[in-house]
Ligand binder design. Structure first.
Ligand code: ATP
Length: 447
């Protein structure tokens, strides 16, 4: 399958099955915005829950935070975003299109798609100028300079400005981290590749505060740990890599940055950056706010500005990577009719799958729907389940394969006699007879 075909098929599956819809669609859409439908919202939530569980609730050294999206303008002056969070913008006077100057080699001329902007005779590109990516808005009814604020372009600054609050209100001690999941907004010049580069998206970020003397070690630990997280959730093999930035790619304050990258159908793209930020952020906020953000180590009687390691991940972008990895089309022999068939399947990790199991009565009679419904109601207390009694069982399996549901349970004539059902596994399509009383335990174990 050509790579563009894979993306086209995936985008169409996402729309058709209710994972992802274009934002404001009935009004012609709003470029760079996406709405997550019934299956998509579950998948996104499962990614965020897995991240929160693995990085916050199952650790002693990280606490959570949920800070405001609207923050004072000074925050973004201190962080450097107001002056430096820019992309180079180029206009074409002929076709009125806009391009990121650094992405011209990957972009197409809208009038002559076989050429890059500027290569076609009629192109008239302007000089590149800096374009700030932050969305401006105003607090209160008067739109003037003094009331202007920004929608946050990252969740990280909400963590830095709460560093002292967290230290003062908890017993946590350095080294420790603060984690946050939330929406971020960037007025991207060219939103593209489906949800990969959106104007509104979700991030999952940690700021890990440590002693300057141990920061190099923590940086290594976080790189390795974060890389493994994606592997454990199914992004295995040579489509995942950890790329250390070269010295000339680093920001002036960074002592090291590595990106977790995934090989998307169009090429490599960043899922997460792990950066050693030194004491840059706390120092900046100390200077701009006039507040003391140093840390006092009671035991060693030492006062210092902690260094920061920042693992900064995209929740929505990683959702796209999980979908790309999971998507497959295969020729199979239909389980019911024995005929050759094509099945589309999302091989999502069971932890991420929007629905964990589907329950079907084989036919709509002989007490099967009632027995299937009872199983459905019982399992529903523990995880997301789906009930379906419409159409041939083979078709019902196909629908669940497309939704990424790892298990299907079918109630048939034998169920009434021996209290067993058929349990079918998505990837192998293997079926086994399982006692109804063992179902819940078995599914929880396999998830
Ligand atoms: P890029 O170079 O792709 O623009 P970045 O280096 O600016 O990304 P960071 O500022 O490090 O990204 O943001 C951390 C993470 O947030 C990224 O790794 C990515 O997963 C996610 N992210 C950033 N921008 C977007 C966007 N426009 N749409 C979706 N996710 C994004």
């Amino acid at each position: 399958m050509a790579d563009t075909t894979v993306m086209e098929k995936l985008v169409s599956l996402c729309k058709r099955r209710g994972f992802i819809f274009p934002g404001s669609e009935i009004y012609g859409g709003l470029n760079g915005t996406w709405d997550y439908g019934p299956l998509g919202v579950e998948l996104l939530r499962n990614i965020k829950n897995a991240w929160w569980h693995d990085n916050v609730t199952s650790r002693e050294d990280i606490v959570g935070l949920d800070s405001a999206i609207l923050m004072q303008r000074t925050v973004w002056q201190a962080s450097g975003h107001e002056n430096n969070f820019t992309d180079p913008l180029v206009d074409c006077k002929t076709c009125k299109s806009r391009f990121r100057a650094d992405q011209i080699p990957e972009s197409q001329c809208p009038r002559k798609p076989s050429k890059h902007p500027g290569e076609f005779g009629e192109c008239q590109l302007t000089e590149a100028r800096k374009f700030n990516l932050m969305f401006k808005t105003f607090v209160g009814p008067i739109e003037e300079n003094a009331t202007q604020v920004y929608l946050r372009p990252e969740t990280a600054q909400g963590i830095f400005v709460n560093f002292k609050n967290v230290v003062d209100s908890t017993r946590i001690k350095v080294p420790f981290g603060i984690a946050q999941i939330g929406k971020s907004f960037r007025n991207e010049i060219t939103p593209k590749q489906f949800i990969f580069r959106s104007r509104e998206f979700e991030q999952m970020e940690i700021e890990f505060f440590c002693h300057p003397g141990s920061s190099a070690e923590w940086y290594q630990r976080w790189r390795d740990e974060r890389f493994k997280w994606y592997q454990d959730l199914g992004l295995k093999g040579d489509k995942l890599r950890l790329r250390e930035h070269a010295a000339d790619e680093l920001s002036h304050y960074s002592q090291g940055t590595s990106d977790v990258e995934y090989l998307f159908p169009w090429g490599w793209g960043e899922l997460e950056g792990i950066a050693h930020r030194g004491d840059y952020d706390l120092k900046q906020h100390m200077q701009f706010s006039g507040k003391d953000l140093t840390y006092f180590d009671d035991e060693k009687k030492e006062r210092f500005i902690p260094h920061v390691i920042e693992p900064s991940a995209g929740a929505t972008r990683s959702l796209l990577a999980f979908l790309c990895e999971a998507f497959a089309e295969e020729t199979i022999t239909d389980e019911e009719s024995g005929k050759q068939d094509t099945r589309t399947v999302l091989r999502l990790h069971p932890r991420l799958a929007p629905v964990k199991a589907a329950v079907f009565p084989l036919v709509k009679k002989d007490g099967m729907p009632e027995r299937a419904m009872a199983i459905y109601k019982d399992l529903q207390k523990h995880f997301a389940v789906f009930y379906d009694e419409k159409g041939a069982v083979g078709r019902r399996y196909r629908r669940q394969d497309e939704a990424g549901t790892p298990f299907c349970i079918t109630v048939d004539g034998q169920t009434a006699q021996d209290q067993t059902v058929t349990l079918r596994e998505r990837d192998s399509m293997k079926q086994e007879r399982v006692g109804v009383d063992r179902l819940k335990g078995l599914l929880l174990e396999r998830m």
